[in-house]
Design a protein around this ligand. Structure first.
Ligand SMILES: [Zn+2]
Ligand SMILES: [Zn+2]
Length: 553
C-alpha cells in the first residue's frame, strides 16, 4: 500500500527531561508511520505517552530503533506500558554499543538497584535485536538504512523510506568542521532531515567533542544532501522557549522552512507535484490523529506556506471558507492586531457583507481574546456578556449562536485572533450545535500554524510588542528567498531617502508593488501614492505630469 510517510514528535529535548517548556520537555522519541507500519525511534521520556496511546487504541506490536543507549534515549522504556502486558510484543533494536551485547545492555535497564522490575519478569513481551552498523532491512512497508554517526559512545542514524519518500533521523552527532560524508550519503535526497541542533554556533566552540551539533551545521548538511526540510532536534535542556524560537528564526533565515521540533508536531514527507521537489508539510495536529481530511489539508497547506514561498493573499483568499468548512462552522474570520493603533482588523472573513471590520482593542469577544490570549468557546452567544454582537447582528442581519475564538500567538506576543461562528453539525449526542473540545484543539493547532505562516510574511510583528505591522512594510510582496531579502533591504534603504528611485525590469516583475512598498515605508507614507501610467499618456504630457509645467507654457 502507498501512504505518506509521516513523523510525529513525542520527545524533542536532549540530555535530560525539562518540564515546563512549551516546546516540550520530554527527551528523544519520535514515531514514523506509513499506513499500518509504525516505527518508534528512540525511547526517551516521550515514549510514555505513546505507550498509553497504544494501550488505549493502538497496535500491539511495537518496534523501537535506538540511536544509542544514553539515558535521554532510553529513560522512557521502563514506562512504556506495553512491555508489561501479555499479548503485546516489543522489539528493541540498535547497533553495537562497543561495551556489551545489545541484549545485555537492555537487560541492565531493568535491574535492581536501579529499577524494581527485572527484565526476566517482563513475561517475554520484549525481544532485543542487535543490528549491524550499516544494516539495511525492511519493517512492514518501511525500508530502513543505518549509518554510524559521531558521538562519545557509538550512535546510529536511520533513514526510513516508503514509496519514494524518506525521513532521516540523525541525533547525537557532531559535525566537527565539515559535512560528515557518511551522513551526507545517508541523507542524500531525503524529504526530511531531523538533526541534532543542541548548541548554537556560538556555543559550539566550548562543546567540541561532546557529540552534538548546531543548526548551522544542519543547514550545511541539508544543502549538501539536497534535503528540502530540516528539523532541529535534541534541544538543550537549558534552552528556553524564547531562545528556541530565536534559534529557529536564525536557522529559518538561513534556510527557509527550517523548523525546530516541538512535542506534538507532525510532518509529512508527501511530495508535491509542480514544485519540482518534495516539500515537507507540517501537520501540527493532535495525538489521537486527524480524522477530518479538510482539517488535515488546511494545516498541510499552511505548512507548505512555511516550507515554500507563496502569495499570502492567494492563500488567504479561500482561507476563511475553508476554515469554516473544516470546523463545520458557518463563518470564519481571521483578525490581525494592528501594532500601530491596537485596532483589531478582519483580514479575511466569510462575511461578504463587509469589506473590513474593525474592533477597538479590548472590545467584545475578539477584543477579550486579543487582550488575554485565552481561547474562548461560547456555546450560547446570547447569554455570554462578552459577546456584544447584537449591534453587528443588526448591522448585517446575522445571528450568532455558538462561537469559538482563539488567539494567534507568535514569539510570545498575541498577533491576531481566529474566530469561527455557528457550528452547523454538533458532535453526536450534543444537545445543540456547539464546538467541542476537539474543535478547540484543532483551532488551537490552526492558530499556531497561522502564526507561524504569518511570521514568514512581511506582516510579521516584532518581538517586543503585540500585533503586526498591518500597514506599511511589504505586505503585498511575499517571498523569502535570499534574493528577496536583499530586495527588502534595498526597499528600506530607498525609503529612508528623498532621492528619486528608478526601478527597471520587465513587465510583470512587480515594479509597481515595490514602488508602493517604498512609498508606505517612507516618511511620505501619509501622502497619497500616485500611480501614473506613462504608457497611456502622450510623451509631451508625461513630462508635465511628472515635472509640472509653467503657467502659459
Ligand atoms: Zn542525547
Ligand atoms: Zn548521547
Amino acid at each position: 500500500m502507498t501512504h505518506d510517510l509521516t513523523v510525529r514528535f513525542l520527545g524533542v529535548r536532549g540530555s535530560i527531561a525539562t518540564p515546563g517548556m512549551a516546546a516540550g520537555g520530554n527527551t528523544s522519541c519520535i514515531e514514523v508511520v506509513a499506513g499500518d507500519t509504525r516505527i518508534i525511534l528512540d525511547a526517551g521520556t516521550g515514549l510514555r505517552t505513546l505507550g498509553n496511546e497504544r494501550m488505549a487504541t493502538g497496535p500491539r506490536h511495537s518496534t523501537i530503533l535506538l540511536s544509542h543507549l544514553h539515558w535521554d534515549h532510553v529513560a522512557g522504556l521502563q514506562f512504556f506500558t506495553p512491555v508489561y502486558v501479555p499479548g503485546h510484543r516489543v522489539e528493541i533494536a540498535s547497533g553495537p554499543n562497543g561495551v556489551m551485547s545489545h541484549d545485555a545492555a537492555i537487560r541492565s535497564l531493568f535491574k535492581a538497584p536501579f529499577f524494581p522490575v527485572d527484565f526476566d519478569d517482563l513475561g517475554g513481551v520484549v525481544t532485543t535485536r542487535e543490528l549491524k552498523p550499516n544494516d539495511k532491512f525492511v519493517i512492514g512497508d518501511i525500508t530502513v538504512t543505518m549509518a554510524k554517526l559521531n558521538h562519545p559512545d557509538p550512535v546510529y542514524g536511520y533513514r526510513l523510506e516508503h514509496a519514494g519518500q524518506s525521513i532521516v533521523f540523525a541525533t547525537d552527532t557532531e559535525h566537527f568542521a565539515c559535512v560528515d560524508p557518511t551522513l551526507k550519503k545517508l541523507a542524500s535526497g531525503a524529504d526530511i532531515l531531523i538533526y541534532d541542533a543542541q548548541y548554537t554556533p556560538e556555543e559550539y566552540p566550548q562543546k567540541v567533542g561532546w557529540g552534538h551539533s548546531t543548526w548551522a551545521a544542519g543547514i550545511e548538511l541539508a544543502r549538501a544532501a539536497a534535503v528540502p526540510q530540516l528539523v532541529l532536534f535534541h534541544h538543550d535542556p537549558g534552552r528556553t522557549d524564547d531562545q528556541l524560537a530565536e534559534l529557529e528564526a536564525n536557522a529559518a533565515r538561513a534556510m527557509p522552512g527550517t523548523v525546530a521540533a516541538r512535542e506534538g508536531m507532525i510532518l509529512s514527507a508527501r511530495g508535491e507535484s509542480g514544485r519540482g521537489m518534495n516539500v515537507a508539510r507540517e501537520r501540527a495536529m493532535l495525538l489521537e490523529g486527524m480524522e477530518n481530511d479538510q482539517r488535515f489539508e488546511l494545516l498541510a497547506d499552511l505548512g507548505a506556506m512555511i516550507a515554500g514561498e507563496v502569495e499570502l493573499d492567494d492563500m488567504l483568499a479561500t482561507f476563511a471558507a475553508r476554515v469554516a468548512r473544516a470546523l463545520g462552522a458557518d463563518r470564519a474570520t481571521l483578525w490581525l492586531i494592528d501594532a500601530a493603533t491596537g485596532d483589531i482588523r478582519s483580514r479575511v472573513a466569510t462575511l461578504p457583507e463587509l469589506a473590513e471590520l474593525r474592533v477597538p482593542a479590548g472590545r467584545g469577544l475578539v477584543g477579550h481574546v486579543a487582550a488575554t490570549g485565552e481561547l474562548v468557546n461560547v456555546r450560547d452567544a446570547a447569554s455570554d456578556p462578552r459577546w456584544d454582537g447584537e449591534e453587528l447582528a443588526q448591522q448585517i442581519g446575522y445571528r450568532t449562536t455558538s462561537m469559538l475564538t482563539a488567539p494567534i500567538e507568535r514569539r510570545g506576543q498575541i498577533r491576531g485572533v481566529l474566530q469561527v461562528l455557528n457550528k452547523q453539525t454538533g458532535a453526536p449526542g450534543a444537545s445543540r450545535n456547539e464546538f467541542d473540545t476537539r474543535d478547540e484543539e484543532f483551532v488551537r493547532a490552526l492558530a499556531e500554524q497561522i502564526g507561524r505562516a504569518l511570521d514568514y510574511t512581511t506582516l510579521r510583528g516584532d518581538d517586543a510588542s503585540r500585533g503586526m505591522t498591518v500597514r506599511g512594510r511589504f505586505n503585498h510582496v511575499i517571498g523569502r528567498s535570499p534574493a528577496m531579502a536583499a530586495v527588502y533591504e534595498m526597499i528600506v534603504k530607498a525609503a529612508q531617502t528623498d532621492a528619486t528611485v528608478l526601478l527597471h525590469g520587465e513587465t510583470g516583475t512587480g515594479k509597481g508593488l515595490l514602488a508602493r512598498a517604498i512609498h508606505v515605508n517612507s516618511a511620505r507614507r501619509e501622502a497619497p501614492f500616485v500611480h501614473v501610467d506613462c504608457t497611456t499618456l502622450p510623451a509631451a504630457l508625461v513630462e508635465s505630469e511628472l515635472f509640472g509645467h509653467e503657467r502659459g507654457a
